[in-house]
Write a protein that binds this ligand. Sequence first.
Ligand SMILES: *Cc1c(COP(=O)(O)O)cnc(C)c1O
Length: 491
Amino acid sequence: MTQAINSTQALYRCLPAMDSLLLIPQVISFIEQQGKPWIKSLLAQMLKDARQQIAKSQSLPSWCLDSSQIAEELACRIVSAQRQSMTPVINLTGTILHTNLGRSQMCEAAINAVTQVMRSPVPLEFDMGQGKRGHRDSAISALIHELTGADSCCIVNNNAAAVLLMLAAISAGKEVIVSRGELVEIGGAFRIPDIMAQAGCKLVEVGCTNRTHLKDYAAAINDNTAAIMKVHTSNYHISGFTKVTEELELAALCKEQGIALISDLGSGALTDLSRFGLSKEPMPQQMLSDGVNLVSFSGDKLLGGPQAGLVVGDAELIAKLQAHPLKRALRCDKMTLAALEATLMQYRNPQALHSLLPIFRKLSRPLAELKALSLQLRASCSIQQTQFDITIKPCQTQVGSGSQPDVLLDSVALCFSSKVNSQLSVLQLDKFFKAVNLPIIGRITANQLWLDLRGTDNDAQLIEALTTSLIDFEQAHINTLATSASVEVTL
Ligand SMILES: *Cc1c(COP(=O)(O)O)cnc(C)c1O
């Protein structure tokens, strides 16, 4: 016992002192490149890890032995700390608009626009000679007017913020009527009743889960009613004995009663999606022409732009939103606005959207192309590895982000399953694919790793990433086998 303590003490004494670490020539040069505070904190962490190792396993980390190994360990830690966490991945999960993977990919025009405004000052709220000082949403307002006919618009960080602002600005302290069939939870704690409470308005529920009639809404209106709100049930579908009161009827009622009709559309497709094989999604322009006063929708769902929330509609109501203190808290920066403006401009030519916007490029890609790609991939992968069987299977892609929950698009997957005599599982393969430089994210079902090819937007990049990952996996696997073999020999 005493001996063990003594030897542990001896190990602690082997650890170099910070002062001596700072005198190692390579460390000095790291300090020159990176600054002293950060390098010193990395060294302190190395010493802390070493002390923990001594306490836990009575051993020294191997880097303690000499100054060149100390410098090498430090170099590794510098490289790993400098690796950015937000780097590209290939989304082959079978969900195109994957919220956890950042939803929409931007079109090239948006990427260029953002890069430019990042590098230089821009007239975000600056009078360039057209008269009054513009607000930061003016440029988009003009485009939105062109595309949807809306008088005006207000842009905030996401659609959840848009709904909050819309309610706070036009109905705080008052009642808002919503159908019981539309009390939606979007996920991530966005529930219509909670948002109502946060906005300071009183939710008045009418109708039933499956049926709400015009007369239900009419009976709930009183002197304290500010608005009727419609919520698009974007992530679920009620079928069977149902009745939804349409915007057109509600608009007439609201007009007569002098209250507002507002709508949370969710996805907000600006073009008819049936041309991409999707079902028809209610469009903001249709809502406005039906007489809805304000419509809100996301920028990064079926619009294919940056994360943003757009409220479009009557100028008078939009002015209230623009003047509300929450707008200042929820407003977008120049990068988002530049990306949104560039994305919206693509909608001037709906025929070209399937080639210009990545979301539509993916959704409309012909099955035959995906089949050809799968054959190419299987051919180039099969040579690289010995552990997995690769098969090509039909699969179905979902749009995602609560958009079009009923729609599944035919697609093709590359499926990996362990060969009969393989010691390696698809779980290991999946883990490896997620750890490489350009991670490939698939989905594991029934002991198979599925890579849904509709998710790729760059075939050459995918072929390269998959083949090199498989080579590296084999290599790592050979090393593992070699190590376990040598351990066996030693034992
Ligand atoms: C997605 C969605 C939201 C939330 O939009 P975000 O842009 O994710 O904040 C709100 N309402 C509906 C109906 C939605 O579908």
